[in-house]
Design a protein around this ligand. Structure first.
Ligand code: NAD
Length: 311
Protein backbone atom coordinates (compact mmCIF):
# COMPACT_ATOMS: atom_id res chain seq x y z
CA UNK A 1 0.00 0.00 0.00
CA UNK A 2 1.50 3.37 -1.05
CA UNK A 3 1.81 5.89 1.78
CA UNK A 4 2.28 9.61 2.27
CA UNK A 5 5.62 9.64 4.05
CA UNK A 6 7.35 12.49 5.93
CA UNK A 7 11.09 12.06 6.46
CA UNK A 8 12.99 14.47 8.70
CA UNK A 9 16.69 14.67 7.84
CA UNK A 10 15.92 13.45 4.31
CA UNK A 11 18.73 15.55 2.81
CA UNK A 12 21.34 13.77 4.91
CA UNK A 13 23.43 10.67 4.36
CA UNK A 14 21.03 7.93 5.49
CA UNK A 15 17.89 10.03 4.92
CA UNK A 16 18.70 10.61 1.24
CA UNK A 17 19.10 6.86 0.66
CA UNK A 18 15.78 6.31 2.45
CA UNK A 19 14.03 8.99 0.34
CA UNK A 20 15.32 7.36 -2.85
CA UNK A 21 14.31 3.87 -1.76
CA UNK A 22 10.79 4.82 -0.62
CA UNK A 23 10.17 7.00 -3.69
CA UNK A 24 11.23 4.12 -5.97
CA UNK A 25 8.75 1.93 -4.10
CA UNK A 26 6.03 4.37 -5.14
CA UNK A 27 5.46 6.11 -1.80
CA UNK A 28 4.75 9.87 -1.83
CA UNK A 29 7.78 11.25 0.02
CA UNK A 30 8.07 14.66 1.72
CA UNK A 31 11.27 15.92 3.34
CA UNK A 32 11.90 18.31 6.22
CA UNK A 33 15.54 19.33 6.62
CA UNK A 34 17.27 22.57 7.61
CA UNK A 35 20.29 21.70 5.41
CA UNK A 36 22.69 22.28 8.32
CA UNK A 37 24.53 19.08 7.40
CA UNK A 38 22.47 17.76 4.48
CA UNK A 39 22.42 18.97 0.89
CA UNK A 40 19.27 19.85 -1.03
CA UNK A 41 20.43 17.96 -4.11
CA UNK A 42 20.74 14.71 -2.13
CA UNK A 43 17.00 14.64 -1.35
CA UNK A 44 15.44 13.33 -4.56
CA UNK A 45 12.06 15.07 -4.22
CA UNK A 46 10.47 17.99 -6.08
CA UNK A 47 10.71 21.46 -4.51
CA UNK A 48 7.07 21.47 -3.39
CA UNK A 49 7.75 18.31 -1.36
CA UNK A 50 10.89 19.70 0.29
CA UNK A 51 10.51 21.92 3.38
CA UNK A 52 13.61 23.68 4.59
CA UNK A 53 12.81 23.95 8.27
CA UNK A 54 14.36 23.49 11.69
CA UNK A 55 12.62 20.61 13.45
CA UNK A 56 12.72 22.64 16.70
CA UNK A 57 10.27 25.12 15.16
CA UNK A 58 7.17 23.52 16.74
CA UNK A 59 4.63 25.80 15.07
CA UNK A 60 6.29 25.19 11.70
CA UNK A 61 6.24 21.44 12.27
CA UNK A 62 2.52 21.54 13.13
CA UNK A 63 1.84 23.50 9.93
CA UNK A 64 3.93 21.03 7.90
CA UNK A 65 2.03 18.06 9.32
CA UNK A 66 -1.32 19.77 8.69
CA UNK A 67 -0.35 20.45 5.07
CA UNK A 68 1.19 17.05 4.33
CA UNK A 69 -1.04 14.80 6.47
CA UNK A 70 1.60 12.03 6.48
CA UNK A 71 0.70 8.42 7.21
CA UNK A 72 4.26 7.34 8.01
CA UNK A 73 6.74 9.60 9.80
CA UNK A 74 10.43 8.68 9.81
CA UNK A 75 12.38 10.97 12.11
CA UNK A 76 16.09 11.00 11.24
CA UNK A 77 17.06 14.68 11.64
CA UNK A 78 19.70 15.02 14.35
CA UNK A 79 23.27 16.04 14.92
CA UNK A 80 25.28 12.90 15.30
CA UNK A 81 28.95 13.23 14.41
CA UNK A 82 30.37 12.37 17.84
CA UNK A 83 33.33 14.83 17.87
CA UNK A 84 30.89 17.62 16.85
CA UNK A 85 28.42 16.62 19.60
CA UNK A 86 31.24 16.55 22.16
CA UNK A 87 32.24 20.08 21.13
CA UNK A 88 28.62 21.33 21.13
CA UNK A 89 26.82 19.31 23.83
CA UNK A 90 24.04 21.85 24.50
CA UNK A 91 23.28 22.19 20.79
CA UNK A 92 23.27 18.39 20.36
CA UNK A 93 20.85 18.06 23.28
CA UNK A 94 18.64 20.85 21.95
CA UNK A 95 18.38 19.53 18.38
CA UNK A 96 18.17 15.85 19.23
CA UNK A 97 15.87 16.03 22.27
CA UNK A 98 13.79 19.19 21.74
CA UNK A 99 13.69 18.48 18.00
CA UNK A 100 12.29 15.01 18.65
CA UNK A 101 9.67 16.43 21.05
CA UNK A 102 8.63 18.95 18.40
CA UNK A 103 8.31 16.30 15.64
CA UNK A 104 6.42 13.87 17.88
CA UNK A 105 4.10 16.60 19.22
CA UNK A 106 3.13 17.38 15.63
CA UNK A 107 2.65 13.66 14.93
CA UNK A 108 0.49 13.32 18.06
CA UNK A 109 -1.74 16.17 16.94
CA UNK A 110 -2.29 14.78 13.46
CA UNK A 111 -4.88 12.03 13.00
CA UNK A 112 -3.42 11.03 9.62
CA UNK A 113 -0.28 9.58 11.28
CA UNK A 114 -0.49 5.79 11.36
CA UNK A 115 3.06 4.85 12.35
CA UNK A 116 6.23 6.55 13.52
CA UNK A 117 9.85 5.47 13.16
CA UNK A 118 12.54 7.19 15.26
CA UNK A 119 16.23 6.82 14.40
CA UNK A 120 18.39 5.90 17.36
CA UNK A 121 21.89 4.49 17.48
CA UNK A 122 24.15 1.68 18.64
CA UNK A 123 25.80 4.41 20.76
CA UNK A 124 23.09 3.82 23.38
CA UNK A 125 24.89 0.55 24.28
CA UNK A 126 27.80 0.43 26.72
CA UNK A 127 31.19 -1.05 25.82
CA UNK A 128 30.67 -4.81 25.44
CA UNK A 129 32.06 -7.80 23.58
CA UNK A 130 29.96 -10.00 21.32
CA UNK A 131 26.78 -9.25 19.42
CA UNK A 132 24.41 -6.84 21.16
CA UNK A 133 20.72 -7.72 21.29
CA UNK A 134 18.02 -5.11 21.90
CA UNK A 135 17.53 -6.38 25.48
CA UNK A 136 21.14 -5.61 26.40
CA UNK A 137 21.23 -2.89 29.09
CA UNK A 138 21.85 0.57 27.70
CA UNK A 139 24.74 2.77 28.84
CA UNK A 140 25.83 5.47 26.42
CA UNK A 141 29.42 6.71 26.64
CA UNK A 142 28.89 10.27 25.41
CA UNK A 143 26.45 13.15 25.01
CA UNK A 144 25.36 11.91 21.59
CA UNK A 145 24.32 8.47 22.87
CA UNK A 146 22.71 10.10 25.90
CA UNK A 147 20.54 12.37 23.72
CA UNK A 148 19.52 9.41 21.57
CA UNK A 149 18.58 7.32 24.60
CA UNK A 150 16.42 10.27 25.68
CA UNK A 151 14.83 10.22 22.19
CA UNK A 152 14.02 6.53 22.65
CA UNK A 153 12.24 7.29 25.94
CA UNK A 154 10.38 10.22 24.36
CA UNK A 155 9.29 7.90 21.53
CA UNK A 156 8.02 5.35 24.06
CA UNK A 157 6.08 8.08 25.89
CA UNK A 158 4.68 9.25 22.55
CA UNK A 159 3.34 5.76 21.98
CA UNK A 160 2.03 5.64 25.55
CA UNK A 161 0.00 8.82 25.17
CA UNK A 162 -1.16 8.45 21.55
CA UNK A 163 -1.38 4.67 21.11
CA UNK A 164 0.23 5.11 17.66
CA UNK A 165 2.54 2.22 16.70
CA UNK A 166 6.11 3.44 17.20
CA UNK A 167 9.39 1.86 16.14
CA UNK A 168 12.85 2.78 17.36
CA UNK A 169 15.67 1.72 15.03
CA UNK A 170 19.13 1.51 16.55
CA UNK A 171 21.41 2.18 13.58
CA UNK A 172 24.90 0.68 13.62
CA UNK A 173 27.65 2.17 11.40
CA UNK A 174 26.23 3.27 8.08
CA UNK A 175 28.27 3.29 4.88
CA UNK A 176 27.44 4.15 1.29
CA UNK A 177 27.36 7.12 -1.07
CA UNK A 178 26.74 10.73 0.01
CA UNK A 179 28.34 10.61 3.47
CA UNK A 180 28.05 14.06 5.02
CA UNK A 181 30.42 13.57 7.98
CA UNK A 182 34.09 12.48 7.96
CA UNK A 183 33.56 9.01 9.42
CA UNK A 184 36.14 6.27 8.84
CA UNK A 185 35.03 4.87 5.46
CA UNK A 186 34.51 8.24 3.68
CA UNK A 187 37.80 9.45 5.18
CA UNK A 188 39.60 6.45 3.63
CA UNK A 189 37.65 7.13 0.41
CA UNK A 190 38.74 10.79 0.48
CA UNK A 191 42.42 9.96 0.98
CA UNK A 192 42.47 7.22 -1.69
CA UNK A 193 40.62 9.35 -4.26
CA UNK A 194 43.07 12.19 -3.55
CA UNK A 195 45.84 9.79 -4.62
CA UNK A 196 47.23 8.69 -1.24
CA UNK A 197 48.55 5.12 -1.03
CA UNK A 198 49.77 5.52 2.55
CA UNK A 199 46.71 6.34 4.64
CA UNK A 200 46.88 8.38 7.82
CA UNK A 201 44.37 6.89 10.26
CA UNK A 202 43.72 6.57 14.01
CA UNK A 203 43.13 3.34 15.97
CA UNK A 204 43.35 0.35 13.62
CA UNK A 205 41.95 -2.49 15.70
CA UNK A 206 38.42 -1.42 16.72
CA UNK A 207 35.72 -3.39 14.91
CA UNK A 208 32.43 -2.00 13.69
CA UNK A 209 29.28 -3.39 12.11
CA UNK A 210 29.00 -1.55 8.78
CA UNK A 211 25.63 -1.59 7.02
CA UNK A 212 24.96 -0.07 3.61
CA UNK A 213 22.45 2.81 3.57
CA UNK A 214 20.33 1.10 0.92
CA UNK A 215 20.02 -1.96 3.17
CA UNK A 216 19.00 0.42 6.00
CA UNK A 217 16.28 1.95 3.82
CA UNK A 218 14.96 -1.53 3.00
CA UNK A 219 15.03 -2.48 6.69
CA UNK A 220 13.05 0.64 7.72
CA UNK A 221 10.43 0.07 5.03
CA UNK A 222 10.19 -3.63 5.94
CA UNK A 223 9.57 -2.73 9.59
CA UNK A 224 6.84 -0.23 8.71
CA UNK A 225 5.24 -2.70 6.28
CA UNK A 226 5.31 -5.44 8.91
CA UNK A 227 4.08 -2.98 11.55
CA UNK A 228 4.34 -3.28 15.31
CA UNK A 229 1.48 -3.62 17.78
CA UNK A 230 2.70 -1.01 20.19
CA UNK A 231 6.23 0.22 20.78
CA UNK A 232 9.26 -1.80 19.77
CA UNK A 233 13.01 -1.43 19.29
CA UNK A 234 15.13 -3.04 16.55
CA UNK A 235 18.83 -3.09 15.82
CA UNK A 236 19.61 -2.13 12.23
CA UNK A 237 23.04 -3.48 11.40
CA UNK A 238 24.52 -6.16 9.21
CA UNK A 239 25.57 -8.62 11.92
CA UNK A 240 29.23 -8.75 10.83
CA UNK A 241 32.06 -6.64 12.22
CA UNK A 242 35.20 -5.41 10.47
CA UNK A 243 38.33 -3.80 11.86
CA UNK A 244 39.77 -0.61 10.39
CA UNK A 245 42.57 -2.72 8.88
CA UNK A 246 40.02 -4.99 7.18
CA UNK A 247 38.25 -1.98 5.67
CA UNK A 248 41.58 -0.72 4.29
CA UNK A 249 42.18 -4.21 2.84
CA UNK A 250 38.81 -4.03 1.10
CA UNK A 251 39.82 -0.68 -0.46
CA UNK A 252 43.15 -2.19 -1.56
CA UNK A 253 41.37 -5.17 -3.16
CA UNK A 254 38.94 -2.96 -5.06
CA UNK A 255 41.70 -0.56 -6.07
CA UNK A 256 43.97 -3.40 -7.18
CA UNK A 257 46.88 -1.68 -5.43
CA UNK A 258 48.47 -2.11 -2.00
CA UNK A 259 47.64 0.47 0.67
CA UNK A 260 49.93 1.20 3.62
CA UNK A 261 48.75 2.68 6.91
CA UNK A 262 50.50 5.26 9.05
CA UNK A 263 49.00 5.81 12.49
CA UNK A 264 48.30 9.50 13.01
CA UNK A 265 48.50 10.17 16.78
CA UNK A 266 46.12 13.15 16.38
CA UNK A 267 43.42 10.76 15.17
CA UNK A 268 43.84 8.16 17.93
CA UNK A 269 40.86 8.22 20.31
CA UNK A 270 41.64 8.00 24.01
CA UNK A 271 38.46 6.08 24.87
CA UNK A 272 37.60 3.55 22.22
CA UNK A 273 35.15 0.67 21.93
CA UNK A 274 36.95 -2.35 20.50
CA UNK A 275 33.68 -3.94 19.29
CA UNK A 276 30.27 -2.74 18.18
CA UNK A 277 28.32 -5.60 16.65
CA UNK A 278 24.57 -5.95 16.11
CA UNK A 279 22.49 -8.99 16.78
CA UNK A 280 19.94 -8.51 13.99
CA UNK A 281 17.95 -11.69 14.56
CA UNK A 282 14.91 -9.72 15.81
CA UNK A 283 14.80 -7.54 12.67
CA UNK A 284 15.19 -10.62 10.44
CA UNK A 285 12.54 -12.61 12.28
CA UNK A 286 10.04 -9.72 12.19
CA UNK A 287 10.49 -8.79 8.54
CA UNK A 288 12.41 -11.48 6.61
CA UNK A 289 14.91 -8.72 5.76
CA UNK A 290 18.47 -9.68 4.86
CA UNK A 291 21.32 -7.33 3.91
CA UNK A 292 22.31 -7.33 0.22
CA UNK A 293 25.44 -5.15 0.19
CA UNK A 294 28.80 -6.50 1.33
CA UNK A 295 31.79 -4.33 2.12
CA UNK A 296 33.69 -4.95 -1.14
CA UNK A 297 30.70 -4.12 -3.32
CA UNK A 298 30.04 -0.94 -1.33
CA UNK A 299 33.70 0.12 -1.43
CA UNK A 300 33.78 -0.45 -5.20
CA UNK A 301 30.93 2.07 -5.68
CA UNK A 302 32.69 4.59 -3.41
CA UNK A 303 35.83 4.34 -5.53
CA UNK A 304 33.80 5.12 -8.65
CA UNK A 305 32.70 8.52 -7.27
CA UNK A 306 34.74 11.76 -7.46
CA UNK A 307 34.96 12.41 -3.73
CA UNK A 308 32.79 12.14 -0.59
CA UNK A 309 30.13 14.83 -0.10
CA UNK A 310 31.83 16.32 2.98
CA UNK A 311 35.23 16.77 1.27
N1 NAD B 1 25.65 7.66 10.07
C1 NAD B 1 25.64 6.69 10.98
O1 NAD B 1 26.49 5.78 10.96
C2 NAD B 1 24.58 6.68 12.05
C3 NAD B 1 24.68 5.71 13.05
C4 NAD B 1 23.73 5.68 14.05
C5 NAD B 1 22.65 6.55 14.01
N2 NAD B 1 22.58 7.49 13.05
C6 NAD B 1 21.39 8.38 13.06
O2 NAD B 1 20.82 8.39 11.77
C7 NAD B 1 20.21 9.65 11.51
C8 NAD B 1 20.73 10.21 10.20
O3 NAD B 1 22.15 10.36 10.29
P1 NAD B 1 23.06 10.65 9.03
O4 NAD B 1 24.28 9.83 9.14
O5 NAD B 1 22.26 10.58 7.79
O6 NAD B 1 23.50 12.15 9.35
P2 NAD B 1 23.35 13.47 8.49
O7 NAD B 1 23.99 14.56 9.29
O8 NAD B 1 23.80 13.27 7.10
O9 NAD B 1 21.78 13.66 8.47
C9 NAD B 1 21.02 14.39 9.41
C10 NAD B 1 20.18 15.39 8.67
O10 NAD B 1 19.42 16.12 9.63
C11 NAD B 1 19.45 17.50 9.25
N3 NAD B 1 19.28 18.30 10.47
C12 NAD B 1 20.15 18.46 11.48
N4 NAD B 1 19.65 19.29 12.40
C13 NAD B 1 18.41 19.65 11.96
C14 NAD B 1 17.40 20.51 12.46
N5 NAD B 1 17.54 21.16 13.62
N6 NAD B 1 16.24 20.65 11.75
C15 NAD B 1 16.09 20.00 10.57
N7 NAD B 1 17.03 19.19 10.03
C16 NAD B 1 18.16 19.02 10.73
C17 NAD B 1 20.79 17.70 8.60
O11 NAD B 1 20.83 18.82 7.73
C18 NAD B 1 20.99 16.39 7.87
O12 NAD B 1 20.51 16.45 6.54
C19 NAD B 1 20.53 10.53 12.73
O13 NAD B 1 19.40 10.51 13.58
C20 NAD B 1 21.70 9.82 13.38
O14 NAD B 1 21.75 10.07 14.76
C21 NAD B 1 23.52 7.59 12.07
Amino acid sequence: MKKRVLITGGAGFIGSALVKFLAEKGHQVYVVDDLSFGRRELAAVADEWFLRMDIRDSAGMQRAFDAIRPQWVLHLAAVHFIPYCNQHPALAADININGTISVLDAAAANASVEQVFVASTAAVYPIAGGALGEAHPTGPLDIYGTTKLACERIARDFHGTTGKPTIVGRFFNAFGPNETNPHLIPEIQRQVLAGARTLRLGNLDPKRDFIHTEDMGRAMEALLEAGVNGFDTFNIGRGIEYSVREIVEAFARQLGEPLAIEVDPARVRKVERMHLLADVSKLKARTGWAPRWDIDEGVATLLRSDRPVFA
